[in-house]
Design a protein around this ligand. Sequence first.
Ligand code: HMG
Length: 338
Amino acid sequence: MSGLSVATRFLTPARFVRAFSTTPLARKSIDATTSPSSRPSVKIVEVGPRDGLQNEKELLSTKIKVLLINRLTDAGLPVVESTSFVSPKWVPQMVDATQVMNLITRKPGVSYPVLTPNLKGLEAAIAAGAEEVAIFGAASESFSMRNINCSIAESLTRFEAVAVAAKAAGLRIRGYVSCVAGCPYEGTIAPQAVADVAKALLDMGCYEISLGDTIGVGRPKEIQSMLDAVARVVPVEQLAIHCHDTYGQALANIYASLEAGVRVVDSSVSGLGGCPYAKGSSGNVATEDVVYMLEGNGFSTGVDLDKLINVGAWITAKLGRENGSRVARAMLAKRRNQ
Ligand SMILES: CC(C)(COP(=O)([O-])OP(=O)([O-])OC[C@H]1O[C@@H](n2cnc3c(N)ncnc32)[C@H](O)[C@@H]1OP(=O)([O-])[O-])[C@@H](O)C(=O)NCCC(=O)NCCSC(=O)C[C@@](C)(O)CC(=O)[O-]
């Protein structure tokens, strides 16, 4: 602290990000005093049942997965990514994708997207009644090979076929770009490489592109530079940010994304998660922490934090894991002391 100038010491987080921004995206003012009725909303895409569970070694019962999804929607989550129609040889935990989709209670107004890497996955997703699918590419060649066994160019050709068929069946399509701030195999990834894949997904008809810091190495200024490059080719209103918290940068990166105008945030209840094909990709940012930050900074999420904390406490107990949400841990301790 002593090395900082007086002016810097008194910067609020929002002003701090603005003061050090050199990039062209207009930073949006975030005012915590905005009245509740006029609060801008942020859509949270809950990825716990998919990204959160895909790396779990022990197979979780279908019943628990279904209960998890239902309880997350009861807590007010508007989008719950529910499962993946991928090869069970590659991701064994997602073997019951069809049963999960058949057994969940679908709430009106809630979306239940599922991952589909190819036409085989899409056909199974449609048969299971999916109304929204996600295609998932990467900005890194090595990660693409390890994750979906093909180059970026081949993946885009595959996704194009999936997108055409999905649109013909009346499905909405979301796109992912992984490794937007770094790759476990290649290191630094150029923002332009991210922008190129994001644009290709947009052109295929994705209504939203989620930018994944798969191994959580990005820092706010790097995330902003990446967003600047992507926002030149994809409207910022169609971007989502997907942070893993491996290096403890996730909330800062989400805040920087909000300042850049992003209003969709992916997160996972109690910070569950990690990609099996990204060494060092620990948990996603915890939904509880994101909700706490957003609601305290002038945004509305529609999520009931108390209910969400109960869901996180329940699923971590089922998995025998420590709760990865610092907010949940603090609030559960407070409850115990009351
Ligand atoms: C893409 C493939 C299938 C290519 O895998 P492949 O081995 O090249 O595929 P293939 O076409 O040669 O088929 C091999 C076998 O898989 C079967 N198969 C083929 N497709 C399917 C399917 N859809 N559903 C079920 N089975 C399938 C196919 O029928 C065949 O079965 P066999 O004849 O050997 O018995 C494979 O690499 C795969 O499934 N990868 C998925 C990996 C994955 O799910 N990773 C995690 C999600 S990405 C992520 O987490 C990042 C993200 C999105 O969260 C954002 C971020 O954090 O950055």
